[in-house]
Structure formats: structure tokens, C-alpha cells
Design a protein around this ligand. Structure first.
Ligand SMILES: [Fe+2]
Length: 143
């Protein structure tokens, strides 16, 4: 159970870091395609934001505490923090790479949940994996 909890904490922190980067880019993107990027990034951050809460509540269901501080998120996250303002095209490339990191952490948690027969968490993580695969498609499709 400990390994599942740790894997979920990591998936939560990585999802939070992904959410934050998408929101950061939504605020700061510039250029010709501003309105398309701004709107796409708005939908992206909002979708992932909702998932962070759901992952945290699954951790609580397992009777562990969910991480909720910048320090813990930074310790646990697989995603590098963004300190600059890249071009719109570079933002999409970075989010595409980070989306793969989210997928890896979700799949690691999924393996642990399957080993323990935690069907509800397995189903939840499969939905998250499916959604991030769609995010990957859209990020790749951007010019
Ligand atoms: Fe906004």
C-alpha cells in the first residue's frame, strides 16, 4: 500500500506542476496565434486542475495525507519548473514533453493499483491516462 500511496503522491505533484505550467503559459503567451494558444491553454489547465483534487482525494481514501505545499510538490514532481517565458511554439513543445512525464507517473501508479486490486483507483487512473493521451494529441497538433 505504501508504494501505491507514494506513486499517487508523485502523480499528484507532477499533475499539479503540469497544471501550473499550463496556467503560467495561458497568462504569458504572446504572438500571432495569441487567442488560440490562450484559449487552448485555458482549457488545458482547467482540466488538469480538476484532476489534482481527485488524485489528492484518492490518497486520502487510502488513509494517507496528500501533498499540498510548493516544497513537497517540488520534491515529488517529475516536471521542471518554468522560470522564463518561451515562445508559443516552445510552450507547446515543453508541455508535450511534460505530458509524457505525467503519463509515466500515472502509469507507475496504475501498476501499483493493479497489483493491489484497487479497482476504483485503477479505473480512475485509466481515465487520466486516456485524457492525457488526448492532451498529447492536441499539443502535437499545434503549429
Ligand atoms: Fe484566464
Amino acid at each position: 500500500m505504501e508504494q501505491l500511496v507514494e506513486a499517487l503522491k508523485k502523480a499528484q505533484a507532477t499533475s499539479f506542476a503540469f497544471y501550473l505550467k499550463a496556467h503560467n503559459y495561458h497568462w504569458n503567451v504572446e504572438g500571432h496565434s495569441f487567442s488560440e494558444y490562450h484559449a487552448f491553454l485555458g482549457d488545458l489547465y482547467a482540466e488538469v486542475w480538476g484532476a489534482v483534487d481527485a488524485i489528492a482525494e484518492h490518497i486520502r481514501t487510502l488513509d494517507a495525507y496528500a501533498p499540498g505545499s510548493f516544497t513537497r510538490f517540488q520534491q515529488l514532481s517529475s516536471i521542471e519548473d518554468e522560470m522564463s517565458v518561451p515562445t508559443g511554439r516552445m510552450m507547446m513543445a515543453k508541455l508535450l514533453a511534460d505530458n509524457q512525464r505525467v503519463l509515466s507517473d500515472l502509469m507507475a501508479a496504475h501498476r501499483e493499483a493493479e497489483m493491489l486490486g484497487k479497482r476504483g483507483i485503477v479505473n480512475f487512473l485509466e481515465d487520466r491516462i486516456d485524457t492525457h493521451e488526448k492532451h498529447g494529441w492536441m499539443l502535437r497538433a499545434f503549429p
